[in-house]
Design a protein around this ligand. Sequence first.
Ligand SMILES: [Mn+2]
Length: 303
Amino acid sequence: MFTKELYCKFRYLLAKKKNFYEICSELNLSDSQVMLLIDSLDDTSIYTKLFGEDYKRLKRPPITEGTYKIYSNKEHLRLALLGDTHLCSKSDAVEEIRDAYYIIEKNQTDFVLHCGDFVDGLNPMNKDHIRELRERTYEGQLDYSLHYYPSYSNKTLIVSGNHDDYWYQLTGKEILKDFSERRDDVIYLGANRRKIAIGNLIIDLVHGNTLQNGSIDFKAGLYIRNIPENERPNIVHLGHMHTPYHNDIYGVLCVRTGALMHLSPYHKSKGYNSHISFYFVDVYFDDDGKVKKIKHKKESLDK
Ligand SMILES: [Mn+2]
């Protein structure tokens, strides 16, 4: 996934004893992308060099392999695609999330897909993050989410994002696992990514922080090109960039959902915009249960 050149540059900066933040900036990558690059080298001495003995805290939760299968013989399925709710950030948008679920219920939606960054977490590498939080503890964020995340008459399927995974790095616990055990309407499918089959419809639900930098279109195109043709899904649902985008790439509907949150000082400093929105996706099947047609529509909740 990363180029040879990038690995060489990384090794060079490491040899020059640059610190983690200098490396991020010189490689023009986010902290989570540099963490991923380090993970991919499978050499724990790099963590020790960069973070001292604390490196164990920075491990990522394991990825759940295999397809999550749901039986369906429906001729028409309606999905709602959303993500990046960042609950417990002072910039979270609890009202808009409630509005979104109200619209979702009213439109008789079969499933909601959430692509992660459910909570804002606590970034162990950013000392200013704590000031942007309504709740600063694991229990606090769990209770807040249980209280404010809307209940839904069908199921919300969710993977974690890098912000949820901060809790794994700090406590070894997956907050979405604890959340879904207390909520019958939420199914946690694992960290970062999961393949879902609903009847013959295949969806890749991916947070997106593990994909390389570049323009939005480049990332989606690269992601899909890297999947062997016979394994390509019908839909890829990404988040992470907080910018809504959709495109048909080699016959795959690629939807990147915007954030369901207001613009935080951190995201503002990164040049992000606020696009409070989600997508409806309608899937039509033929008599053999094969996918016939997929339509999508963006719902904007910006006030
Ligand atoms: Mn996010």
